[in-house]
Design a protein around this ligand. Structure first.
Ligand SMILES: [Cu+2]
Length: 151
């Protein structure tokens, strides 16, 4: 299972964030769980992501890549969903830990859609595709599902 540890929009905004962090304009937080241990900015004060969290998810037959995503609670999250399948429609259903549907997005073959939401409760959210051709198993049953871990 592939893992994606979200670390912010590094390329474009890294230096802006670095400078803002150094002058301490917007405060900072620290993480003790090692989530940022692999980044060079881990020891520097960091500002809240001013542009939110961005995650790209590609949809194939029958999988999401990545299928496991770790994000932070309370910060807007934009999921950009791309259907890479040829002639196969997919959807993206996201349920919260108690099973309440938060996102229901249909994405046609070759299309891309962005969904923005803010998840305030830490926990394990599940996402999957329930499309189905005739009497065949659903896409979820064929492996098209994943986990969104909110910390
Ligand atoms: Cu599907």
């Amino acid at each position: 299972m592939k893992r994606l540890f979200f670390i912010g929009i590094r390329s474009e905004f890294y230096y802006t964030r670095l400078i803002l962090g150094l002058v301490g304009v917007m405060g900072y937080w620290s993480f003790s769980d090692g989530l940022y241990a692999q980044t060079s900015e881990s020891s520097l004060p960091s500002v809240e992501e001013p542009f939110g969290q961005q995650v790209m998810i590609s949809m194939e037959s029958y999988a999401y890549t990545p299928s496991e995503i770790v994000v932070k609670a309370g910060i807007p999250l934009t999921l950009t969903l791309s259907n890479e399948s040829f002639l196969v429609p997919h959807n993206f259903l996201l349920d919260d830990p108690s099973g309440i549907r938060l996102v229901d997005a249909d994405i046609s073959s070759g299309d891309t859609k962005a969904v923005t939401l803010t998840l305030t409760e830490p926990g394990i959210y599940t996402f999957y595709c329930n499309k189905q051709l005739l009497f065949f198993p659903t896409h979820r049953e064929q492996g098209m599902e994943g986990r969104l871990i909110v910390r």
